[in-house]
Design a binder for this molecule. Structure first.
Ligand SMILES: Nc1ncnc2c1ncn2[C@@H]1O[C@H](COP(=O)(O)OP(=O)(O)OP(=O)(O)O)[C@@H](O)[C@H]1O
Ligand SMILES: [Mg+2]
Length: 463
């Protein structure tokens, strides 16, 4: 059974088509004009859209464009009385692989629908395989922007070597993910991948963590301990948050990098370890070298190859693919039937500044999937924190946007959007949003009820 939208303004024809497909066991929804159809495809995911070319409100091409934004895989059949080659070609380009010329008989349409649905299933299977391919090669790293493609290129070139790699980038940009990808694509992939968070431990403990210690090396060392360098033997050691190591630890790490040997704390035996080193930090290491906080010689040892992870705001093309990737994962994990993002939700995601980068996007989508009721994520489902960034600037940039849709928009809908926007800009505090819009809290409250605006935070506070 497939979910089918029939958009056709000629009533008899529409009802005839709908009935035929219902009889064949499909779920059919009807739209009598272009606007109603557009609204439907933005709220729900259809397997197949059968649409007239000429309709009042919005034409078939506009409908295809919008349907494709929610779900690229939706199949489309265009019905046209204006069977010019030109409009058919345009429809093909927009994803309508089938068109049918008026007058036609229902069997002909059913045949095409069958084919379109089969095609769609094949396409989504291919897309699935495609994704697996990406997963295999880059270990679940999503990225279509030129900046990420460069990262993938460097990863695949440097992974097989034994070169030390320094991964730089802001918090949440995927530094650890890239380090793991390098390991998994190296000849050491069957060896261990061992991670040490250099920021989490005070100097003494960090050294014992890295190099291990002999029994009695210090108070409390009542047993011998094997360090991470030894544990990583035959594999990769990932030194995370390397910008915070003390001078003493830096000296010892430098020696391991130079000589590939070290001693356990309190020990005299020299241990050799066959370890590949990867390091990461969100600090500006060059600056730390200049101020003397980070050893220059260690910096050069680590910096054989540098991979700079671009912040998400500098690769906006990746926002939607990443959001879809997380959406799929969380919808599956949380067993929710959510299949896409509405165009409005996409706009909201693209406008955000993402100070917490991909981790922030991941958390946002997880929260949204958890909260959402519909099949498609809407802006109301997304709670984008005002944490980080420049709130003033963000506010100025956002509020300059008032572009009305070409097909017109109701004043009430506009008011609803303005209220949601004002709430968002004021952290969903109703009182502040009311002041922001120059209305009383009572009026604000009335409008919130009227437009049925909700936010998870409000219900939480009420209980
Ligand atoms: N390109 C990507 N594709 C898919 N998931 C990603 C991508 N980049 C990051 N992630 C996910 O985002 C989260 C943060 O990534 P990661 O821990 O690698 O960032 P980081 O740069 O090490 O951050 P920090 O500096 O805070 O340690 C992880 O859950 C990771 O799986
Ligand atoms: Mg990290």
């Amino acid at each position: 059974m497939a979910k089918i939208l029939v958009a056709e303004d000629e009533r008899n024809l529409r009802e005839g088509i709908a009935e035929a497909f219902r009889d064949a066991g499909h779920e059919v929804i009807e739209a009598e004009d272009g606007l109603a159809a557009c609204r439907l495809v933005e709220d729900q995911v259809f397997d197949l859209v059968i649409t007239d070319y000429k309709m009042p409100g919005a034409d078939g091409l506009e409908l295809i464009r919008r349907a494709a934004m929610v779900n690229e895989a939706t199949a489309v059949i265009m019905i046209t009385a204006y069977g010019t080659v030109e409009s058919a070609v345009r429809a093909m380009r927009m994803g309508a692989y089938y068109y049918i010329q008026k007058p036609f008989n229902l069997e002909e349409l059913e045949l095409k629908a069958d084919r379109a649905l089969k095609h769609r299933r094949m396409m989504s299977r291919l897309a699935e395989l495609d994704r697996r391919e990406v997963v295999y090669r880059y270990d679940d790293i999503v990225g279509e922007s030129p900046a990420m493609k460069r990262v993938f290129e460097i990863v695949s070139k440097v992974a097989p070597s034994n070169a030390t790699v320094l991964v730089l980038g802001e918090t949440g940009t995927g530094k650890e993910l890239v380090a793991q990808a390098i390991h998994r694509n190296s000849t050491r992939r069957d060896g261990p991948f061992v991670k040490v968070n250099c920021a989490a431990l005070p100097e003494n403990l960090l050294e014992s963590e890295l190099f291990g210690h002999e029994r009695g090396a210090f108070t409390g060392a009542d047993r011998q301990r094997v360090g991470r360098f030894e544990l990583a033997s035959g594999g990769t050691l990932f030194l995370d948050e390397i910008g915070t190591m003390s001078a003493g630890t830096q000296a010892k790490v430098l020696r391991v990098l130079q000589e590939r040997e070290f001693e356990r704390l309190g020990g005299t035996r020299t241990i050799r370890a066959d370890v590949r080193i990867l390091a990461a930090t969100n600090r500006d290491l060059e600056e730390a070298v200049e101020t003397g906080e980070f050893r220059e010689d260690l910096y050069y040892r680590l910096n054989v190859v540098t991979i700079r992870m671009p912040p998400l705001r500098e690769r906006k093309e990746d926002i939607v693919p990443l959001a879809r990737h997380f959406l799929q994962r969380f919808a599956f994990d949380l067993k929710k039937n959510i299949r896409g993002l509405s165009p409005a939700a996409i706009r909201v995601l693209q406008r955000h500044n993402w100070p917490g980068n991909i981790r922030e996007l991941e958390n946002t989508i997880e929260r949204a999937v958890l909260m959402a009721d519909g099949e498609v994520l809407e802006p109301e489902d997304l709670t984008l924190g005002g944490h980080g960034g420049e709130p003033g600037e963000e506010r100025a940039r956002r509020s300059s946007i008032l572009r009305l849709p070409a097909e017109g928009i109701g004043l009430e809908e506009l008011e609803r959007m303005a209220i949601i926007e004002a709430l968002k800009m004021n952290d969903w505090v109703q009182k502040d949003a009311a002041a922001f819009l120059g209305i009383s809290s009572r009026v604000m409250n009335y409008k919130i009820q009227k437009y049925e605006i909700t936010h998870p935070r409000w219900t939480r506070n009420r209980t």
